[in-house]
Write a protein that binds this ligand. Sequence first.
Ligand code: SF4
Ligand code: SF4
Ligand code: SF4
Length: 358
Amino acid sequence: MARAYIDNVVFEITEACNQCCRFCYNYWRDGNAPIPAPDPALARKTLKKLLSQASVGNLSLSGGEPLLLPNVHDLVLHARFKGCKVNILTNGTLLDEDALHNFISLGVGAIQIPLLSSDAAIHETLTGLPGSWGKAFDALKRTGKTGIGAAVLVITRVNAPYVTATLSLIRDCGIRTVMVNRFNIGGNGIRNLRELVPDRIMLEEAFAGVEAFAVANPEMRFVSGVCTPLCLMDTEKYPHISFTRCTTELSGRPLTVNYSGDVRFCNHSPRVLGNIYSRDIGDILGDPRIKEYYAAVPEECGKCPSFQRCGGGCRAASEQVYGSFAVKDPICREISSLHEGDGGDADAEVRQQGLYDL
Ligand code: SF4
Ligand code: SF4
Ligand code: SF4
């Protein structure tokens, strides 16, 4: 079989994390099972296996928190040696001077760090870790100076009103690329819906704030990486924010591989497509049954002219909440039932149906 080429892979090197973010989308953070400790040797073995089966253009080391692995720089070195561009997705709290210096020496392209608010108390309410704001802010400043920093802002009901102040602080750190994602339902976030899901107006006002900030700061770049249903929010109103589209064509989309070799559609999806220790990744990606699964169109979206543009929103979130890719993004239902009196207590309703138990 010809060696596969994959443009983007998110490699989850551990499930463990030193934070417990209220919005964390990691499907294993549903409170049902203890989270395994990092396994640096297995992560290294799996990375070698992956890069023996496929050429990977861009490899993002993620988790959990990737800096919990003492050999994270060794993994970067191996990937760089195999020709990958490498990015690090970290919460920033463990990024000390040495770690940053080593990443720079190894030619890491970008280090992405969330700053959830200009207000430390709001940031730490969301991360669950006292002291995390100061560490993330410091890490952002240091990566901003080196030119490889990028910030992440997850918009929830808690921090939405403070978007402009947060972006100002991010800009003042020297950061020029910001990923601005609306809260995407999954993982620990499923248990905190009432607190985190913004209403429509709040969401639109937050994105209008980002748009105005982008206009005033043309040297900065704003990307929104979570597909948002267009029936919830018209993204055309925000032309200075690049909204990415989620393709279901496996060979052309970012994929996720975890430290034990499981391959998934993306880091939000709980569904394992195969494991590279038992099946070559090229073979997994070419499997017609998997293609058929992702060809499903949600019933609600079947006749909608916007489907090509929004794809029904984030359907990995649908997998986490409803156990199915063939249903449109649960954010629509949660916003209308939590804030628009349509359907009553969404949380209780979902729980009653047993939808939290995948
Ligand atoms: S969102 Fe990131 S930093 Fe927060 S708990 Fe999840 S993996 Fe850790
Ligand atoms: S395709 Fe579905 S989610 Fe997207 S706008 Fe239409 S109905 Fe809404
Ligand atoms: S399914 Fe959702 S989280 Fe996954 S790539 Fe698409 S929009 Fe992003």
